[in-house]
Design a protein around this ligand. Structure first.
Ligand code: UGA
Length: 447
């Protein structure tokens, strides 16, 4: 059977991984983005952001002619393709609700193009949108602009993504589940057929449901994961008050209970990134607007807000006043294997250290170019982890990059002025590090 042609609007990590995923399996894909520089890179086979595994498949797809990047979203792209995924951003507004301007502009353009198209076309929302958006805003705009009827003349689905940055391409090829919310049966069947052919023998479980249930599945999943993190951080904070207690052991034992599971129980300095903070806020605002106050989610957010500042408190406990002290920061990205610094926990940490008069030196294997645009000349950047800790009075591990895990107690004692180490991500063995330097680990009760 002939493969359908696909267009993807928005070439961020979700859109581009989706586009390259389909292109790598022989589909003809057009990736559209308003950012000319990004499209120029894509057409040269160079990913515009750091995402493991993407480079090879992107350049291969461009070379084979399966993928092309297009600036903007031309009518022609909609005319020439059968399905369009919308994967544009839905950033937070100041009140925490989501800004739909990019979705609306993409939908208006698609609607206009559909008014000129006779063949059946399905629009699929991949962006994260609050329940009701696809039905109330996307559908009505598509109908208004195309002067056609959804469900009869064209199709509409919502297909939330569950990709993690740093393994987004891998997650695209090996999903846990595919959620398809559809306006009508034909739209859903068309998308289900596409995924069945794409995944072939490795087809994950498909959940077919309504538009609003699919929209909520995405928020509920992220809210559950964020809740697990704030929960284990709460347990970590309790552990610190109990001599001999260790959150790592508590989490390991809890995780063996099949009803709880071992993942997302790593205590640390809290969650960051472009998804959890934004999605929790949006779900709270959405729920309140519907007349229900989700107190649990307010607490999840509150724990996450104070958690990073504990690193600064630990520093003060060890060093007293931080004025003029050199503090080394290992890790800037919101998690390892990405250069993304959106809502990175290091931002409130560094801001607080600067406020206390500390002199901050930071190192990250890939996020420094982005960090330089955030902190400008307010902090210094080192070219390696060892140079970063050189002559430091204290060191905080903020992101658990593999290369930091390889550092030994001697690396710290030999290089630092005062070997004070704060392990904010629990990467070091307290039995070893605790005896050789002044070591504070999150979620570890004092002896
Ligand atoms: C998250 C979800 O995991 C994806 O399923 C979802 O598709 C994505 O959001 C999205 O909505 O687009 P991501 O933001 O890439 O993915 O990162 P995660 O791996 O989930 O980590 C988020 C934050 O939680 C990081 O700051 C990480 O350090 C922190 N975290 C994670 C912990 O503090 N402890 C843990 O046990 C796990």
């Amino acid at each position: 059977m002939k493969k359908p042609k696909i267009s993807v609007i928005g070439a961020g990590y979700v859109g581009l991984c989706t586009a390259v995923g389909f292109a790598s399996k022989g589909y003809n894909v057009v990736a559209c983005d308003v950012d000319e520089e990004k499209i120029a890179k894509i057409n040269k086979g160079v990913p515009p952001f750091h995402e493991p595994g993407l480079q090879e498949k992107l350049s291969e797809s461009i070379q084979k002619g399966n993928l092309k990047g297009v600036v903007g979203q031309t009518d022609q792209v909609i005319q020439e393709t059968d399905l369009t995924f919308i994967a544009v951003g839905t950033p937070s507004k100041s009140d925490g609700s989501i800004d739909l301007k990019y979705i609306e502009s993409a939908v208006i353009n698609i609607g206009k193009a559909l008014s000129q198209k006779d063949a059946y076309h399905v629009t699929i929302i991949k962006s994260t949108v609050v329940p009701g958006t696809t039905q109330n805003i996307v559908k009505s705009k598509l109908e208004k602009e195309s002067k056609k009827k959804c469900g009869t003349d064209f199709g509409l689905c919502i297909n939330p993504e569950f990709l993690r940055q740093g393994s987004a391409f891998e997650d695209t090829l090996n999903a846990d589940r595919v959620v398809i919310g559809s306006y009508d049966k034909r739209s859903g069947d068309t998308l289900e057929r596409l995924y069945k052919a794409f995944y072939s023998f490795h087809m994950p479980l498909i959940i077919r449901t309504t538009l609003s249930t699919a929209e909520l599945i995405k928020y509920a999943s992220n809210a559950m994961l964020a809740t697990k993190i704030s929960f284990i951080n709460t347990i970590a904070n309790i552990c610190e008050k109990i001599p001999g207690a260790d959150v790592k052991v508590v989490a390991k034992a809890m995780g063996l209970d099949k009803r709880i599971g071992p993942l997302f129980l790593d205590a640390g300095l809290g969650y960051g990134g472009s998804c959890f903070p934004k999605d929790i806020k949006a779900l709270i605002v959405c729920s309140k607007s519907l007349g229900y106050d989700p107190e649990l989610l307010d607490s999840v957010e509150a724990v996450n807000k104070t958690q990073p500042l504990k690193a600064v408190d630990f520093c003060k406990e060890q060093l007293g006043c931080l004025e003029g002290k050199k503090i080394a920061i290992l890790g800037l990205a919101f998690k390892p294997d990405t250069d993304d610094m959106r809502e990175a926990r290091v931002i409130p940490i560094i801001n607080q250290l600067l406020k206390e008069g500390a002199h901050v030196v930071a190192y990250d294997p890939v996020a420094m170019p982005i960090a330089k645009t955030i902190f400008l000349s307010k902090i210094q950047f080192a070219t390696s982890a060892l140079r970063c800790i050189k002559d430091a009075d204290g060191c905080i591990v903020v992101t658990e990059w593999d290369e930091f895990k390889k550092l030994t107690p001697e690396d710290f004692t030999k290089n630092m002025r005062h070997p004070i180490l704060i392990d904010g991500r629990r990467i070091y063995n307290p039995e070893i590090f605790g005896t050789k330097l002044q070591f504070t680990a999150l979620g570890l009760g004092k002896k």
